[in-house]
Design a protein around this ligand. Structure first.
Ligand SMILES: Cc1ncc(COP(=O)(O)O)c(C=O)c1O
Length: 390
């Protein structure tokens, strides 16, 4: 019996979910179906709308292979695959929120989600409000008669505040609102949103599922109550993803368990080591006992992934840039979840509530699959350069 109560283990599910080799001459991997047009045998079949596949935007066997595999991980009624993680945020929001309705978004949200809400959703007449990631059951005070969606992301981007998802779900559902969660950090291996009452689970599959920094894709999984509306929104927007990208993500899923376990171990080892390093004021990683939300993380999550932030002990942009420019193995670039380590400066200027109080500049580290000792040596170079920057 697997840890989450299912009959088979997670790596077995990752290896075998989605497609059945017997459906395609025994080939282990499914064919990549490139399709716009699907032919019908006759006019009656067109009129009856009963044919399984009707047009490329609405689904293909390749898309099904991935979305069924994701359903097996999420425990969802259905999943859509969209062209990026950001589209996995925008498509469900456009589908479920209307003009005159109220949308609550966690203040530690991924910045482009905030940008979408503050520009397009506001232009379309949606009332957007941000809330403290540590609000928990207190969200009830912010929920109004017109609140339609509570958008969560846990842990939050860059500073990794953990949200009390069950408490938020309880308050939202009591008021008739639905809960969406960007669960990219944990993946369904370390947190299963629908098991905690979330209605819509969002993933930037660009990160751990794809795993190689070469594909953009997003998945959105819904419970039974929300699935029909989500699928209709997906078809209405025509926001489907290309078959080669879908295939690459299915290919990535097969090895995600072993990759993620390596990211988890290396990141945690480096995070613990960083807590002891001179020049580091704080390590923002929820699996560390020192993290203010550690108890909540431990209650709800069954693992941690490979991205966290550090706070330098004093200084400003000069020290932050000196650290980044001294790195030889860590690349300076956005995104995460790939096999290679990355570092970026953290900017919290967009926040209105969860601004925090930090001793120095923040740097986000994505720990890749390289050898830990080499990564430590690289970080040592960065810390030395920051100290020398004065
Ligand atoms: C938490 C989170 N959600 C969504 C996304 C968007 O993913 P994509 O880069 O595929 O658009 C990102 C990307 O960094 C992210 O960090």
């Amino acid at each position: 019996m697997a840890k989450d109560g299912s009959e088979i283990g997670i790596n077995t599910r990752l290896a075998h979910s989605g497609n059945d080799p017997r459906d395609y001459f025994g080939f282990v991997n499914p064919p990549v179906v490139h399709a716009s047009t699907v032919l019908y045998p006759n006019a009656a079949a067109m009129a009856s709308r009963s044919q399984k596949y009707t047009y490329g935007t609405r689904g293909t066997p390749t898309m099904d292979a991935l979305t069924l595999a994701v359903d097996a991980l999420e425990g969802s009624a259905g999943t859509i695959a969209v062209p990026s993680g950001l589209a996995a945020v925008t498509v469900p929001l456009l589908t479920f929120v209307s003009s005159g309705e109220h949308l609550l978004i966690v203040d530690s949200v991924y910045h482009p989600t905030r940008n979408f809400a503050d520009t397009m959703l506001k232009r379309l007449g949606v009332e957007v409000e941000y809330y403290d990631p540590r609000i928990g059951a207190g969200i009830a005070q912010l929920i109004k008669a017109n609140t339609k969606v509570v958008f969560t992301e846990s842990p939050g981007s860059n500073t990794y505040e953990v949200q009390d998802i069950p408490a938020i779900v309880e308050a939202a559902h009591a008021a008739g609102a639905i809960v969406m969660m960007d669960n990219t950090w944990a993946t369904p291996l370390y947190f299963k949103p629908l098991d905690h009452g979330v209605d819509i689970s969002i993933h930037a599959a660009t990160k751990y599922p794809a795993g190689h920094s070469d594909v953009l894709l997003g998945t959105v999984s819904a419970n039974e109550a929300c699935w029909k509306q989500l699928y209709e929104g997906f078809c209405t927007l025509g926001c489907c993803s290309g078959p080669d990208d879908v295939y690459q993500v299915l290919r990535g899923l097969r090895t995600m368990g072993v990759r993620l376990e390596h990211h988890r171990k290396s990141a945690l080892e480096i995070a613990r080591w960083l807590e002891e390093q001179p020049g580091v004021a704080q390590v923002l990683h929820p699996a560390l006992e020192s993290h203010p939300d550690h108890a909540l993380w431990k209650r709800d999550f069954c693992g941690s992934s490979g991205i966290f932030s550090i706070v330098l002990n004093g200084g400003g942009q000069k020290q932050q840039h000196a650290f980044l420019d001294a790195l030889k193995i860590f690349g300076l670039g956005y995104s995460w979840g790939g096999y290679e380590s990355l570092a970026v400066p953290v900017f919290l200027g967009d926040r209105t509530i969860a601004k925090g109080s930090y001793a120095g500049p923040l740097i986000r580290l994505q720990i890749g699959l390289e050898d830990v000792e080499d990564l430590k040596a690289d970080i040592r170079r960065g810390l030395k350069a920051a100290a020398e920057a004065g």
